[in-house]
Design a protein around this ligand. Structure first.
Ligand SMILES: [Zn+2]
Ligand SMILES: [Zn+2]
Length: 298
């Protein structure tokens, strides 16, 4: 059984479904050409997933609400995306589970738009991200004339707001700001923002909102996951048990990269299960079984 029976008393446990667990890797953060910066097609990813022996892949193409983002604004064509995922789902059924997710940008002044966007749409999985703060891009504009405390402080306020809405299944790359802010202010030290981050994680635990372990940081200069191990550990200590793993691949070559490292990190800080989603309901897969599956194939 894939249900974490130890977690029955936790609020998050009410949403879990049982089911068979495949002993193969999953990737829950993938951008196809339905994102403005995605370079591979859905079919290319699925073919790569099967070649790698993945059991499940969830596309999480971007939808942004910031008009200053130019062609990023409202780029995702929901109808065509739905058709493409349905075709892939049917083509690979029995070999690879293909899920339809979305990475939805959050800013507190567009909170109602997030709600309106989700109304009447069907997704398996909704990731929440902070890419903009006060309509300033986190990858560059946020730092002009702001101290480190102000920039990180506002970013984490918005992350708190995203968690508080309860609209998202999982918060993506919670400390994403470090990728850019560390180039301006020096290395990110999570303990400086401990109380603010703890407040975000507490709201996530209360709401049953999961935490993503995003492995894109392992591919670049950061050399660590987003969020880093300290935040992942704190989420666990606060009672968090809903975690997903995603490569944030924008091309098929990056699919699945860093997932084994993310699973090892999760085990090291006390998680036994990783979540996958169908129609927005999580199902827990035993990490140990996934790791055994990897060894068996080597
Ligand atoms: Zn993102
Ligand atoms: Zn992404």
């Amino acid at each position: 059984m894939a249900v974490n029976t130890n977690a029955k008393s936790n609020k998050q446990a009410g949403r879990y479904e049982g089911g068979r667990q495949p002993a193969a890797l999953v990737d829950y953060h993938v951008h196809s050409q339905f994102s403005p910066d995605g370079r591979s097609t859905i079919d290319e990813y699925c073919e790569r997933a099967v070649a790698l022996g993945l059991s499940e892949i969830c596309f999480t193409d971007h939808f942004d609400f910031e008009p200053r983002g130019g062609h990023w604004y409202g780029f995702l064509d929901y109808e065509r995306y739905t058709e493409a995922i349905s075709r892939a789902e049917a083509r690979w059924r029995g070999t690879l589970a293909v899920r339809k997710g979305v990475e939805l940008d959050f800013q507190s002044h567009y909170g109602n738009q997030v709600r309106d966007f989700l109304a009447g749409k069907e997704f398996d999985f909704v990731l929440g991200s902070i890419h903009w703060v006060d309509s300033l891009s986190v990858d560059s504009e946020l730092y002009d004339g702001r101290s480190m405390e102000e920039a990180y402080g506002r970013y984490f306020e918005e992350a708190y707001g995203a968690a508080k809405t309860g609209l998202y299944d999982v918060i993506a790359h919670l400390d994403y700001i470090k990728r850019y802010a560390s180039q301006v202010y020096g290395e990110f030290d999570f303990s400086q923002f401990h109380d603010q981050i703890e407040a975000i994680l507490k709201v996530m635990v209360e709401n049953g909102t999961g935490l993503e372990i995003n492995t894109s940081g392992l591919r670049g200069e950061l050399g660590e996951t987003l969020p880093g191990p300290g935040i992942v550990r704190l989420y666990r200590e606060l009672g968090g048990e809903l975690v997903t793993v995603g490569s944030d691949a924008h091309c098929a070559e990056h699919l699945g990269s860093g997932i084994t490292e993310a699973l090892a990190l999760l085990r090291a800080v006390g998680f036994d299960y990783v979540a996958v989603f169908h129609e927005r309901k999580p199902r827990l897969l035993k990490i140990e079984a996934l790791q055994r599956g990897i060894c068996a194939r080597m």
